[in-house]
Design a protein around this ligand. Structure first.
Ligand code: ACM
Ligand code: ZN
Length: 754
């Protein structure tokens, strides 16, 4: 394929007169020419497929965008026309349905493709080329454009269980995907907090399961709830309408029916399919809950009947069956489950989960469809034909591709749009994490660990929008935009993270489109971002923004304004202070301030080594995170903390020379709903030579708990150069606790030495 486009053009962000062409996702080839085409009410649309949806779509879109009402004909004599030509493009492979070309000269816009999908994508590009202005004559630059998608799964997910979104918003969401040439909508229809799809055979699923008697308010850690009945569901008629709407826009809807965990809403409706018999209430709280489906025959009949109705509604090749976060507590003490384990000669409850998924897979396969599940379906053995959606990092996806299973990449590190996209204090409450536009844009769906052959199993990628904290369409839009634009370029396959700035320029010009369409979007892209690096006697605080010349900052705690210090180079921080900064254009702040307190101690900026590495999702700053002078903020898991998955934190700090010290502080975190547990112990040792270590203390689990993870150890003065801190991971999570049977997360922050 690629060699057809050997004449790639690298100049993007094309300016034509006053106009700039900013197509997202970036097309494979684009050449701007001199002159322009004039779009007016005299322009006609000509097509060899007059009754196609695309003609009507183009007419309506141009009308909305420019106010011009264009007529369409099978053969037009007009001197100004747009030709939609559904024919094979000779230079283009007929196998790639996404392929299209656009040729614009003074008299016509010619669109060629070999499928209606290609025509549809051409229209999306054209709508981004046509300026959104209401004028009698609209000038469009002459150009030549050729394009096609590199990944076949270009997905976006929406959780409608934690919060319900009306049918009209789902259609809007589909329009948003279409605008960026995405082709897969992963619809998370069932979970603990609500069952959202009508199933005729089991009416209680929506009579009971679609409604809960209250919702969480505020942050998870507060565990506060209202008592307002909340819910909603889609009738089968709604679903048919939405599936048809998506199909016209070349979007496949992949429905997700969760099992065997995340099923409390189903169990509240039909408790007989649990291990204990219930009773249950639809979940108000969220997290990983212990009541799950019991793998007895009746449960499989129930699920097969549900899936039969689901498959009748959704024509997708793949049906998502969940498979994530299924605690094994109930199965361990359930006679049915234990009998099943014995009868099927299974090793343990993990193999029982695998049995569960394989049995469901057999059924789905028997109907000519395939299953896809979250990466936990790898545990205990992957079902023979299953595709894997890799969310706990990319490891699951790598393992699956190596086993020749198809994979959709969706790691929490880059693809979770429920994470913050800006400074948490300036953002609506979010799940945690930090995934800004640049991070999304930097994602590469094909991991380096895979060979060329194995890489063929990567279908593409998607981002997930979990809605625990998102309860309005406006908020969902805010989390989606503008990150979806970055994702679209990643999955179209033309992203270039090394030239993020070029993408950023195009993206900012899309804000005008969002404004005109009334889309609620985040402007966090204008926020100052920062990077900390070790420096002599402290750290260097580097600031970045859309344009670094516009950054103003203060170090005395005051709010920055247009007259504050201009940022020129990384700020050296060698004593305790708080830096505040914002980005200004024409004397006005474009974003809210960022604010960073620094606590400089003898360990700040010093060399630090770790025996075990943190998990890729919570370790971007590496070991330096522990001595960067910034204390952990619980809303910034991803930046200020290191997260160790099932491993100890074993760190050695080299102060560089012998220092007199008498106090060491360290922070650890507990958030059991997210499987983050305090360490079992924290051991501190010191040494003059990195060989002979003197033990200072071992802080017990009880002390860690009583001090809420914030440990301060004072001791008699010591002259040493090396400090070793070992925080022992909680290990496999105990029975009865959230995440039982799984590894614990250990989150550690700053190690301060005074
Ligand atoms: C997931 O985020 N639990 C798939
Ligand atoms: Zn059971």
């Amino acid at each position: 394929m690629k060699n057809l486009f050997y004449f790639l053009l690298f100049t993007f962000g094309w300016t034509f007169g006053q106009q700039t062409i900013s197509i997202i996702p970036k097309p494979e080839f684009l050449k701007i020419k001199n002159n322009y085409f004039k779009l007016s009410k005299n322009t006609e649309i000509e097509s060899n497929e007059m009754d196609s949806f695309e003609i009507q779509y183009l007419q309506n879109s141009i009308l909305n965008q420019t106010g011009l009402k264009l007529h369409s004909k099978s053969k037009s004599q007009a001197t100004s026309k747009i030709i939609l030509n559904l024919r094979y493009i000779d230079t283009i492979s007929t196998r790639v349905k996404s392929q299209y070309e656009i040729k614009i000269d003074e008299t016509q816009i010619e669109i060629n493709a070999n499928s209606s999908e290609g025509i549809f994508y051409a229209i999306q590009s054209l709508l981004q080329i046509i300026p959104a202005e209401k004028n009698q004559i609209i000038k469009i630059p002459c150009l030549q454009l050729q394009d096609y998608a590199k990944f076949q799964w270009r997905g976006m997910h929406l959780d409608v269980s934690r919060h319900f979104f009306p049918k009209e918003f789902i259609k809007k969401y589909i329009d948003y995907l279409a605008m960026y040439k995405m082709n897969t909508f992963h619809w998370h229809l069932t979970d603990d907090q609500g069952w959202r799809i009508e199933i005729k055979k089991y009416p209680k699923l929506t009579e009971v399961g679609a409604w809960r008697n209250g919702s969480m308010i505020g942050h998870y850690t507060d565990q506060t709830f209202d008592d307002i009945r909340y819910g909603g569901f889609y009738t089968q008629e709604d679903i048919k309408e939405i599936v048809a709407y998506a199909k016209e826009r070349h979007i496949t809807i992949v429905p997700e029916i969760e099992m065997p965990g995340h099923v409390l809403a189903a169990l509240a409706s039909y408790p007989e399919f649990s291990c204990t018999g219930g009773p249950f209430e639809v979940g108000k709280t969220w997290g990983v809950l212990e009541d799950v489906f019991c793998p007895k025959d009746e449960t499989f009949t129930f699920l097969e009947n549900i899936l039969t109705e689901v498959m009748e509604l959704f024509p997708s090749e793949y049906i998502h069956i969940g498979g994530d976060e299924c605690p094994k507590v109930r199965w361990k003490s359930c006679p049915h489950c234990q009998k099943r384990i014995k009868e099927e000669h299974l090793k343990d409850e993990h193999e029982l989960q695998s049995y569960f998924i394989q049995r469901i897979e057999k059924f789905v396969n028997s109907k000519g469809r395939k299953i896809i599940g979250w990466d936990e379906i790898l545990e205990g053995g992957l079902a023979p034909n299953a595709a894997v959606m890799s969310w706990r990092g990319t490891e699951g996806g790598i393992a699956a591709a190596k086993q020749k299973h198809f994979v959709v990449m969706s790691p929490g590190s880059h693809c979770y749009f429920d994470h913050y996209q800006g400074e948490p204090k300036n953002e609506p409450i979010a799940f945690g994490g930090y995934t800004n536009v640049e991070k999304v844009y930097s994602f590469s769906p094909v991991p380096r660990e895979l060979s060329e052959e194995e890489s063929k199993y990567i279908l593409g990628a998607q981002a997930n929008l979990w809605t625990e904290y998102i309860n309005t369409p406006e908020h969902a839009e805010y989390m989606l935009f503008p990150r979806i634009a970055a994702l679209s370029e990643v999955v179209w396959g033309t992203s270039n993270p090394n030239n993020y700035k070029e993408f950023e320029k195009r993206l900012i010009s899309h804000f005008e489109i969002y404004d005109k369409k009334g889309i609620n979007y985040s402007k966090a892209i204008f926020e100052v971002t920062s990077k900390v690096q070790p420096s002599e006697n402290g750290v260097a605080f580097e600031l970045k923004s859309v344009n670094p010349n516009g950054i103003k900052f203060t170090t005395d705690g005051s709010e920055p304004n247009a007259n504050s210090m201009s940022y020129e180079k990384p700020i050296l921080v060698t004593s305790n202070q708080t830096i505040k900064a914002a980005y200004f254009e024409n004397g006005k702040a474009k974003s809210a301030n960022i604010e960073q307190p620094f606590f400089i101690t003898k360990s700040t900026g010093k060399k630090i080594e770790l025996i075990y590495q943190p998990h890729e999702n919570y370790g971007i700053g590496g070991s330096f995170t522990l001595v960067d002078g910034m204390k952990g903020n619980t809303s910034k898991f991803g930046r200020d903390w290191l997260g160790f998955w099932g491993k100890d934190m074993n760190a050695t700090i080299d102060l560089g020379k012998s220092e007199t010290i008498s106090k060491i502080s360290i922070n650890t975190l507990s958030s059991v709903g997210s499987w983050i547990y305090y360490p079992k112990s924290i051991e501190i040792l010191v040494s003059k030579d990195d060989e002979n270590y003197i033990p200072i203390t071992i802080v017990s689990s009880k002390e860690i708990f009583e001090n809420k993870g914030k440990i301060v150890v004072k001791f008699d003065k010591q002259n040493v150069q090396f400090i070793k801190v070992i925080a022992e991971n909680n290990g496999i999570i105990a029975e009865g606790k959230p995440g039982a049977g799984s590894n614990s997360w250990l989150f550690v922050d700053e190690i301060s030495v005074e």
